[in-house]
Design a protein around this ligand. Structure first.
Ligand SMILES: *[C@@H]1O[C@H](CO)[C@@H](O)[C@H](O)[C@H]1NC(C)=O
Ligand SMILES: *[C@@H]1O[C@H](CO)[C@@H](O)[C@H](O)[C@H]1NC(C)=O
Length: 262
């Protein structure tokens, strides 16, 4: 069954997705470092999760997932409300188009691995382009990168690949088109989110394609809940607040954010 139709059946097609940068190593064999993600997926089955995996500022050097990642990805992919996407950084538009395409192709190799290895579903269902530009001169470059991702990735199950850009700040309107599912228009600390109120300035036409990622939110669960509920009520496309600064050590707010998206 196509992933899109599963999301549709669950009524998740237009819901605010929990956009989780999961840069923590899953742990050896038994992927215990991701345990709180698995439990949030199970506890909040009506919440859509879009999970960014990033072993090494990209897919790493081996042709497919290693013995730590393969079972961990299979576990994520076993939840109907999980969509796993791979990390590619554009370095604010300074990476060559061929370098971006090479890593998208590398992520597609993980899909080939899923199909040939038989028993482990290591499917990658989209790409998170990090550090994207806001320059007018890079619109075509990103259009091409997104189109390449859409046509190259072949997730198991036949879902249309899901594409996210992360400029981390207000993006110009010309970057929005049907090849990009979400654009992260804020990435900064929770304190700055509260001060700046980023949701306020977004034009209505961009709302459903806009996501926000806050960080450094440890100990601020009630602020996180308030901000997540507000973004969901306004129809924004995705949101997450991480307890740590850099998405590589602390998953303690995953269930807080998921609960606020129910
Ligand atoms: C591609 O992936 C490699 C390995 O993870 C990483 O070192 C490199 O920085 C990535 N390059 C781009 C353009 O994403
Ligand atoms: C692998 O996981 C994806 C994403 O959850 C799903 O759509 C697909 O059907 C799964 N493939 C198999 C062979 O189970």
């Amino acid at each position: 069954m196509r992933l899109t139709s599963i999301f549709g059946m669950l009524g998740l097609a237009n819901a605010t997705t929990l956009l989780l940068p999961l840069y923590i190593w899953p742990g050896p064999g038994n992927p215990q470092n991701w345990a709180s993600v698995f439990s949030a997926l199970a506890s909040y089955p009506t919440v859509s999760f879009t999970i960014i995996v990033n072993p090494d500022s990209g897919p790493g050097s081996s042709p497919g997932p290693d013995s730590d990642y393969a079972p961990a990805l299979a576990r994520l992919n076993s939840y109907q409300n999980a969509r796993v996407i791979g990390y590619v950084h554009t370095s604010y538009g300074s990476q060559s188009a061929s370098a971006l395409n090479a890593n998208v192709t590398h992520w597609q190799n993980w899909n080939n691995y899923a199909q040939t290895a038989g028993n482990q579903n290591t499917t990658i269902s989209g790409i998170f382009f990090d550090e994207t530009s806001t320059a007018n001169s890079k619109v075509t470059y990103m259009n091409n990168a997104a189109a390449f991702a859409k046509s190259t990735l072949k997730p198991s199950g036949g879902a249309t690949p899901y594409v996210v850009y992360n400029p981390g700040t207000s993006e110009r309107q010309s970057y929005f088109n049907s090849n990009v599912n979400l654009i992260v228009q804020f990435e900064d600390t929770l304190a700055n989110y509260d001060t700046d109120n980023p949701a306020a300035g977004i034009p209505p036409s961009e709302v459903s394609q806009t996501a926000f990622i806050g960080n450094t939110a440890s100990g601020k669960a009630s602020d996180v809940t308030k901000n997540v509920k507000s973004a969901k009520a306004q129809g924004f496309g995705g949101i997450y607040f991480s307890a740590d600064c850099c998405y590589d050590s602390d998953l303690s707010l995953v269930s807080t954010v998921a609960a606020a998206l129910v």
